[in-house]
Every structure is written in structure tokens, then in C-alpha cells.
Design a protein around this ligand. Structure first.
Ligand SMILES: Nc1ncnc2c1ncn2[C@@H]1O[C@H](COP(=O)(O)OP(=O)(O)O)[C@@H](O)[C@H]1O
Ligand SMILES: [Mg+2]
Length: 340
């Protein structure tokens, strides 16, 4: 488990003090894949780098598996750090060293014997699917392969925690999927805690169980990924989710709609995603509904349904029908026309 307690990180610059992290309280349960989302400059990397004390917090505590890292001596911290692996957006491999030596480097630094190093590197390269590439140099590898080397190196000393700073941001979508798949596999096989920074909510949706949304150094919303997708509160959280779940009706369709009707987006959460609630609504009211778009996303294995429909009929009846949906815990949002 990782606990960040009232974490603050200030940077002293020529222009004065810049606040990277402000009042961050966070608990990351053991064995979870935890997402931290935010735009550039939000403080994500600063938080992550405080977890292994690559950045020393200005104030606050970083507690990993019960040990307060801010209280350790230099030597103790060096040992503690071996149990926290990290991977980076631009891989940070040593270009003059082979794949084998890049991975072996972390083991040598930890003082392991050569025979053990050789065995361990082979295991690691096997794990990340690069068994055939031990003698290659980073320059001969694709981006995805480089990140696999980065992952092997990060796992060398059998860490309990893996920190990922925009680990897939430099990769194409297909390679991103394969790296995310590898991270999931590692999480399940080795049971280690993964903290993953990203600016893509899609990555969070695919991989994480919990997520924190950051803005201006602070965590503005935090929770179970499904709950955050189903019930976002902060405008920024809604914006991030909109970028992944939103469907825009083509203007051609708008132009064909009845100007007297309403277009509503309905979010069906949990079990409601699989029930015939729209049918029931129509039975209970005297309105007509015309489904314009519908889809179900699966987050973890829970369904989250989104329907966009045009409803027409008596205004009061429409209100009643929409209330029927709200009463069944659906999210209901009236969408305005393009240009309105
Ligand atoms: N080494 C540094 N020196 C000065 N300011 C920094 C340094 N690192 C980060 N910052 C500042 O701290 C804030 C948060 O940055 P960062 O943690 O890198 O955000 P993110 O990873 O979300 O893009 C930004 O305003 C950034 O300019
Ligand atoms: Mg960053």
C-alpha cells in the first residue's frame, strides 16, 4: 500500500517558487492498477516522482508498505528504491548498451552475482517477450520493444511497486494496447501495485481499478473507475470522460429532427444497462422515443450504457418520462442542438 499524506512539492526557480504538488492525500491499495489523470503541468509526474523520492517532497509523507520513505537514511532509501520500479515515456535506455546489459545494469547496481544476473535477465526478457533480443541495441528496436526493455529493467529487482510515467504516450494505438496488456499480465502474475500516469482516460478505462484526477497540483476527484465514469462530479473529470465516451450526432441528423422534440442522452448504470428501461418508460408515458445512437461500454466487466434519443410529445409527459428514468438511477442530460 502507498500512502501520500499532505504531500507538497515546491520547485525553486529563477522566477520564484512553482508549486508542483499541493495538499495531496492519497491511498493506493496493494496490488491495484491505479491511474492518475490530468493535463500537462497538473503535477502528475511530480507526485509519481515523490513516491520513490526522485523528488524530495517539500512537506508531507510518503509511506510505502508501512515505511515512511522521507524518514530513511541515504542507504536505507537506496534499498527501498530497489523495490519501486519505474518506466518512462521515452524509455530512458542506455543506447550504447545491449538489451541484456540495460536490464543487467539494475541488477549490478544492486550488487547481484554475475551468474544470478544472467539467469534473472533471461527470465525477465522471457517475461516481456524479448528472449531473442538480448544482443540487440536500443537503436535496433521499435518503440514497443524499447518499452518492454524498460519494463524488464524496472522489474529486475522484484519490486512491489511499478511507477509508469506516460509509458504509452509515445506509442501508436496498437503498440499501446500490447504494452497495456503486458502491464495487466504483470500485475496479475506478480501481484505488484502499478501507479500509472496518463492523459488518456481510455487507458484508465481499460486498465485501472481506481483513478485520481489532478489539476493545478491537487487531486480534484478520486474513486473507483466505474463510479467515476458513471457519476463524474468535477467539470474537468466530465471533460476527460467526454473525450472517451462522447458521441456527437452528425448535423445531418439534427436537421431531420422535430424542432418541438427534445434530444436526451441517457446513461444506464450497472444493471440498468441491460434492462428494458426505455420500453418501460414508453409504456408509462404517452410520448414517442426515437433512438439515434446507443452503445454499451464495459469498464472492468460492468456495463455502462449510453443512449441518445429524440423524445416527442406533450411537454409534461416528456418531463414525466425523463423523471421515470432519473428515478431508476439513470443519468439524463438534455442535449442542445449544434450552434445553440
Ligand atoms: N524540475 C522542475 N523545476 C521547476 N518546475 C517544475 C519542475 N518539474 C515540474 N515543475 C512544474 O511543476 C508543475 C507540475 O509539473 P509536472 O509534475 O511535470 O506535471 P505533469 O506531469 O502533470 O505534466 C508544472 O508547473 C511544472 O512546470
Ligand atoms: Mg509529466
Amino acid at each position: 500500500m502507498i500512502q501520500l499524506i499532505n504531500l507538497r512539492k515546491e520547485y525553486k526557480t529563477k522566477k520564484g517558487i512553482v508549486i508542483g504538488v499541493d495538499q495531496v492525500h492519497l491511498t493506493i491499495p496493494k496490488g491495484e492498477i491505479y491511474g492518475i489523470v490530468g493535463y500537462s503541468g497538473a503535477g502528475k509526474s511530480s507526485v509519481l516522482r515523490c513516491i520513490n523520492l526522485l523528488e524530495k517532497p517539500t512537506t508531507g509523507q510518503v509511506i510505502v508498505d508501512g515505511v515512511d520513505l522521507t524518514s530513511l537514511s541515504k542507504d536505507q532509501l537506496r534499498m527501498a528504491r530497489q523495490k519501486i520500479g519505474m518506466i518512462f515515456q521515452h524509455f530512458n535506455l542506455i543506447v550504447s548498451k545491449t538489451v541484456f546489459d540495460n536490464v543487467a545494469f539494475a541488477l549490478k547496481a544492486a550488487g547481484k552475482a554475475p551468474a544470478d544476473i544472467s539467469k534473472r535477465v533471461s527470465e525477465l526478457l522471457q517475461l516481456v517477450g524479448l528472449a531473442e533480443y538480448a544482443d540487440h541495441y536500443p537503436g535496433q528496436l521499435s518503440g514497443g520493444q524499447k518499452q518492454r526493455v524498460g519494463i524488464a529493467r524496472a522489474l529486475a529487482n522484484e519490486p512491489n511497486v511499478l511507477l509508469c510515467d506516460e509509458a504509452t504516450s509515445a506509442l501508436d494505438p496498437i503498440t499501446t494496447q500490447s504494452i497495456l496488456e503486458l502491464l495487466r499480465e504483470i500485475n496479475q502474475k506478480l501481484g505488484l501495485t502499478i501507479v500509472l500516469i496518463t492523459h488518456e482516460m481510455e487507458v484508465v478505462k481499460d486498465l485501472c481499478s481506481r483513478v485520481a484526477i489532478m489539476q493545478k497540483g491537487q487531486i480534484i476527484e478520486e474513486g473507483d473507475v466505474y463510479d467515476i465514469f458513471a457519476n463524474p462530479v468535477q467539470p474537468l473529470t466530465k471533460e476527460f470522460i467526454r473525450n472517451t465516451l462522447e458521441f456527437k450526432l452528425p448535423s445531418k441528423i439534427w436537421s431531420k429532427l422535430d424542432p418541438a422534440g427534445k434530444v436526451v442522452k441517457v446513461l444506464f448504470r450497472d444493471d440498468a444497462a441491460e434492462q428494458a428501461i426505455v420500453n418501460d418508460m414508453l409504456k408509462h408515458s404517452g410520448i414517442q422515443a426515437n433512438i439515434l445512437h446507443g452503445k454499451i461500454d464495459y469498464i472492468g466487466d460492468k456495463p455502462l450504457g449510453t443512449f441518445i434519443m429524440e423524445v416527442t410529445g406533450d411537454t409534461q409527459e416528456i418531463e414525466k418520462a425523463l423523471q421515470f428514468l432519473v428515478d431508476r438511477s439513470c443519468g439524463v442530460e438534455v442535449i442542445s442542438r449544434v450552434g445553440e
